[in-house]
Design a protein around this ligand. Structure first.
Ligand code: NAP
Ligand code: ZN
Length: 355
């Protein structure tokens, strides 16, 4: 029997998130049912709930940084057992057959595209998928990952499921490591994970921020140097020196100020997905150093498991502020002011206890 889920949803781009209930599907042979304990708050949740990207379907239940405990498994599920601590990120399905899916790069699924944890097509019940701002979820086992961290660290593990993998994947792809100079632009949810991960991979890490009050924190997170990006002299001191820059900024901004910091053949990868486009970068800055601008979406399921294991082995979790779900709108307002150190995480007990 389908089960009733308690949640918070936006009913339109302009209405605040509020209590909502809906049905989760029954557990099928390849499904895992999860009691959600914590869910991180990603800037993508805000972009989607407020209709800043095209195509939000309402009611919208955001949330794709999910950690919780398995409460039931389908008859074909061998990898998970009731009681396991698990995570679910941004995807809950994909075709499974195309070359990208076969390579566990499901984020690039070439036939149907991946099914988002929220705002994707629900192929079982119809309608669209509802995410992690809810008390439980039923997910295909292929899209569930194991959490190996200590249970006491669970809330700080939640943001790894999006902020962690979205920064880990490009850092690996562009080979951040010893001998490489890596920049991380924007110290928010993604950026603070980018700093921790690039430092753990052995790169020389320079953090770029617009917020002077984050300088000391950035060093504590692992940055070897911190640059206030509004200071032209400090920026110029790093001209032509970076192998790789990971840009996590959530708003439209001038890319050229970072492009000129790349050395010959360097790449800046954009993971931020702002509501409005960036001004077009200068072609000359690309030509003259054979520099590249790239993009990168989340990461595949196998790599998400690899990232979680890497974080467990290096003692890495996100720096978080735990909130009850009733404070989600305040959290969004603070996120828009870059006033968060460095990820809000919803304690889902607040939803379950609410009348
Ligand atoms: P966040 O916590 O709000 O962090 C964004 C950071 O960008 C801020 O903390 C701030 O850092 C900087 N920033 C904000 N406005 C700025 C401005 N006008 N100019 C310069 N810097 C500014 O957001 P997030 O959750 O990390 O997400 C970042 C972006 O990545 C969002 O657009 C989100 O949708 C996107 N995203 C993409 C993927 C993907 O798969 N590619 C996955 C998840 C999220 P400072 O204070 O240090 O300057
Ligand atoms: Zn996200």
């Amino acid at each position: 029997m389908p089960s009733e889920a308690k949640a918070y949803a936006a009913q339109s781009a302009t209405t605040p998130l509020a209590p909502f209930s809906f049905e989760r599907r029954d557990v099928r042979p390849d499904d895992v049912a999860i009691d959600i304990l914590f869910c991180g708050v990603c800037h993508s949740d805000l972009h989607t709930a407020r209709g800043e990207w095209d195509g939000t379907l309402y009611p919208c239940v955001p949330g794709h940084e999910i950690v919780g405990r398995v409460t039931a498994v389908g008859s074909d599920v061998a990898k998970f057992q009731v009681g396991d601590l698990v995570g679910v990120g941004c995807m809950v399905d994909s075709c499974g057959h195309c070359p990208s899916c076969q390579a566990s790069e499901e984020q690039f699924c070439e036939t149907t595209g991946f099914v988002g944890t929220y705002n994707g097509p629900d192929t079982v019940l119809g309608g669209h998928t509802f995410g992690g701002y809810s008390d439980h979820i039923v997910v295909k086992d292929r899209f569930v990952v194991k959490v190996g961290h200590d249970e006491k660290d669970l809330a700080g593990v939640a943001p790894l499921l999006c902020a962690g993998i979205t920064t880990y994947s490009p850092l690996r792809h562009w080979q951040a490591g010893p001998g490489k100079k890596v920049g991380v632009v924007g110290i928010g949810g993604l950026g603070h994970m980018g700093i921790k991960l690039a430092a753990a991979m052995g790169a020389h890490v320079v953090a770029f921020t617009t917020s002077a009050d984050k300088v000391e924190d950035a060093k504590r997170l692992g940055a070897h140097e911190v640059v206030i990006s509004r200071d032209p002299e400090a920026m110029a001191a790093h001209a032509n020196s970076f192998d790789f820059i990971l840009n996590t900024v959530a708003a439209s901004h001038d890319l050229d100020q970072f492009m000129v910091l790349l050395r010959r053949d360097g790449t800046m990868t954009l993971v931020g997905a702002p509501e409005h486009p960036h001004p077009s970068p200068s072609i000359w800055n690309l030509l003259m150093g054979r520099r590249s601008i790239a993009g990168s979406p989340i990461g595949g399921i196998a790599e998400t498991q690899e990232m979680l294991d890497f974080c467990r082995d290096h003692g890495i979790t996100a720096d978080i502020e735990i909130i009850p779900i009733q404070e989600i709108e305040t959290a969004y307002a603070r996120m828009l002011k870059s006033d968060i150190k460095y990820r809000f995480v919803i304690d889902m007990a607040s939803l379950k206890q609410a009348a």
